[in-house]
Ligand binder design. Structure first.
Ligand SMILES: [Zn+2]
Length: 109
């Protein structure tokens, strides 16, 4: 009796593993299908989160509504500034009169 129970447990375990694998493959198939569409029609970018101060934008996150790909700008880059490691350069924001806001209102710290 114990042998049968052990075998049944082993089969159940294997079934669960196969179902998990099937789910992973199904997800990959969906991803590949949407990527194929994006390769034909280009990504459909939407702007996600924007990190900014009053005078400059530090990061813009975009994502594709079709395939779910993501990108952010500026890409995470680091450069040295006065001996310190500083994360990428912010994008200056301009007023409607095309003046840099940091020149208009003073730089923020
Ligand atoms: Zn896409």
């Amino acid at each position: 009796m114990k042998e049968i129970t052990d075998k049944m447990n082993a089969i159940e375990l294997q079934t669960r593993e196969l179902l998990e694998k099937a789910q992973i493959l199904e997800n990959q198939k969906v991803l590949m299908t949407t990527l194929m569409e994006c390769s034909q029609f280009d990504h459909t970018w939407e702007i996600g989160n924007i990190t900014s101060t009053l005078t400059e934008i530090h990061q813009i996150d975009v994502y594709c509504t079709r395939c779910g790909s993501t990108a952010n700008f500026p890409a995470q880059e680091y450069h040295r500034e006065r001996g310190h490691l500083v994360e990428s350069r912010p994008i200056p924001i301009f007023s409607r009169t095309e003046q840099r806001l940091d020149k208009l209102v003073g730089e923020e710290e």
